[in-house]
Ligand binder design. Sequence first.
Ligand code: MRU
Length: 344
Amino acid sequence: MQNKLTVSALQWTGASLKVLDQRQLPEKIVYDEYTDAAGVTEAIASMRVRGAPAIGIAAAYGVALSVRQHCTQGDHWRQKVAADIELLATSRPTAVNLFWALDQMKTILATQLEHPIEAVLACAEKIHSDDLAANLKMGELGADILAGATGVLTHCNAGALATGGHGTALGVIRSAYQRQPIKVYAGETRPWLQGARLTVWELAQDGIPSTLIADSAAAWLMKSGAIDWIVVGADRIAANGDAANKIGTYSLAVLAKQHGVKLMVAAPTTTIDWSIDDGAQIEIEQRNPNELLPACYNHESSLVSAWNPVFDVTPAELISAIVTERGAVMNPAEHGVRGLKNAL
Ligand code: MRU
């Protein structure tokens, strides 16, 4: 199935990067245009663009913009680009796709000495198109596993908006829906409401009906027997299969075990951090408490504070399947995902 979404998270114009401001969805479709790495860094940090693969793709274009800007400005351009890469790396800590993409660009800069502007842009565009291809592959593999399922719940937004297109978890759901109608539930995903503002909107663009639930309704939904699977994306997967994803995923995994519901994590191999053995080593982003606090408490002398981790780690033992473009690992707690490293 081709990705039919008419809006995309990122658009390269030839000289700039257009970023769909996801903070304004679904009310407004507004693209901001960036011509330097500092701007792209801010777009990621402020969550105009979000979702692990899309963050990596945006950062890659950010490096391409940096090379365009500095390459013709004298001898020290490589130091300036290196500083921009460092800056981009500070934008958000959890999604490993960001660091993977920056490493790809560093390798190109170190090896393609002849035409650096063209080389880094080609690399960024390949990261972008490879991600879409991976999602289409994952969609089919994940849909195979969902065969016979009648209801699924997803969390956050792991769709076209969060990737190079089609989506990871939503890609699986899109592909499954093409084969047979499946009832799709989306958790609202507090506090940023990726589910309520992005996922149900994105599915509606494709004509796929969905039902929004409050996050706190998930246990009761599972108890009702309405869902067979929870399908989510990931921001970083450790070698043993532990998976970091949007805060609340771990809660859903625990609830799923209680209710006999299965959990699928769909993510490209660019989301696997081969360097870490388990999820304990994943840095969990803490965002500004003011994203959570009612405005009346947003001052220093308030007695009310907020704790705002925006990801959690689901242990592999609670995951039924990890689906990547290189294949699916069933029951990842048995052997982790290491076998995917050298898979075709
Ligand atoms: O804070 P966000 O919106 O960037 O978090 C996004 C998620 O947690 C997604 O589930 C994950 O990045 C996978 S996106 C294909």
